[in-house]
Design a protein around this ligand. Sequence first.
Ligand SMILES: Cc1cc2nc3c(=O)[nH]c(=O)nc-3n(C[C@H](O)[C@H](O)[C@H](O)COP(=O)(O)OP(=O)(O)OC[C@H]3O[C@@H](n4cnc5c(N)ncnc54)[C@H](O)[C@@H]3O)c2cc1C
Length: 485
Amino acid sequence: MSGSGSSAVVVGSGPNGLAAALVLARAGVSVTVVEAADTVGGGVRSSDLLETGLIHDLCSAVHPLAQVSPLLRDPSIGPELERSGLRFATAPVDMVHVLSTNRVATLHTSPSQTGAGLPGQDGPVWRATFGPLSARADAVADEILGPLVHLPRHPMVLAGFGAGAALPASWSWRRWRSPDARALFAGVAAHAFTPLHHPASSAAGTLLTVAGHRHGWPVAVGGSQRIADALIAEIVRCGGSVVTGTLITDLSQVEDADIVLLDTSVEVAAGILGDRMPSRIARAWSRFRRGPAVAKVDFVLDGDVPWSSGDARRAGTVHLGGTADDIAAAERDCWGGRLPDRPFTLVAQQYLADPSRSRTVNGRRLNPLWAYAHVPAGWDGSARDTFELVTAQIERAAPGFRDTVVDWVASPPSVIEEHNPNYTGGDISGGANDLRQLVARPRLGPHPYDTGVPGVYLCSSSAAPGGGVHFMCGVQAARRALTVL
Ligand SMILES: Cc1cc2nc3c(=O)[nH]c(=O)nc-3n(C[C@H](O)[C@H](O)[C@H](O)COP(=O)(O)OP(=O)(O)OC[C@H]3O[C@@H](n4cnc5c(N)ncnc54)[C@H](O)[C@@H]3O)c2cc1C
């Protein structure tokens, strides 16, 4: 596909916007990325937030989906990004799920090693469930990271994945008997923010587990910002450019371009397009539903988190949520607008994979810690409420944690949205991951990226295949734009 002689504007510099810009620039299109914020990267920004010299990932931190993405696996792109400084690293343990202060289940890159840590027959069942699929993880990603309505290239792989993914997570986990295996899977499934008894609530858990068993749960060395920086280096090398500090509110600001790609929320895209949109598409978009929110805390610690579990002390990611039933109850509460007492909470200890994240100051080893809790959409807790909510969850699994905290900054949902207008009400997934929006995102059809306005496409995580740093909403939208050009 050649776009030589054509021009494009990409509105928004998140991973999907940058991936779209890269695909277009490599096809010979003259691309400009226009970003509202003063810094680039959207959900892959990092900064010295607390001015201690420590790098904090402001949004995404852990990247199993990036590694399995067809964009990074492309032999003409992945190595170029590496040359621009993009590297991933994993901690000694990928992920630990805490059931109670002294009981954890551990996820390793190898399905066999994971199975070996599970009681009784649950180990062999875990291996049988995820071993064959993770051996074909790249083919799974090729099928799943795009519109659901498509001609499969690997029909058997898609069928194998779909058979499990279509189930409610609360049915899927019944294949294991122990609370350990059930909670391990439930915690991964909860990344979708969907009630775990809903149809297809196994989809995200299955994809993430399969991706993690292929590439681990890595972090970007030096911070998630390196993902954006490497993509931009490659876009610029292909003749593109990036402008920051420019909010787009109306299509007239960019309509001189032959192609416009919107790495924005559905709501913002609808505002930019106004009554240029055909009413049938505007109606479909108006039914688009947002999901629950996150409340995040970035900590600076003196030393390490005093986890009771040895595995948790070596893990890049720690899930705090109790048993599968506890997680299901908390997720149901969030979906229904109620704040759970013990919300599902994710913690990332990037410095265990990437020691460059730590610093020694006046003899103290300072480490950054990243954590967020699932809360209802638009939860109106304050920064202090957010700090207390997340700290209490960590403290339950790591008594004495509070004493290690040197500094912190908390972001309730309102701050998450203020930081990035794509995260409406604190929803970081670009929209709810219910069954309807897994199939039709943001609307049904093989070309969900089309806005109905000629030359204008939606390329954010509000479009298929949805949230997470895998770049494929952007790649697929850019390919669609080149096809129509
Ligand atoms: C706290 C948090 C933790 C997360 N953790 C993970 C994780 O560990 N792993 C993972 O895979 N994913 C994670 N995610 C999700 C991931 O970051 C997103 O799914 C991903 O960034 C979506 O990419 P995107 O390009 O669609 O949009 P975004 O990354 O949201 O980027 C959109 C960009 O567009 C800009 N923009 C919006 N409107 C306009 C406008 N009108 N004019 C100009 N610019 C505009 C925004 O400023 C922003 O820079 C996390 C997100 C958050 C917030």
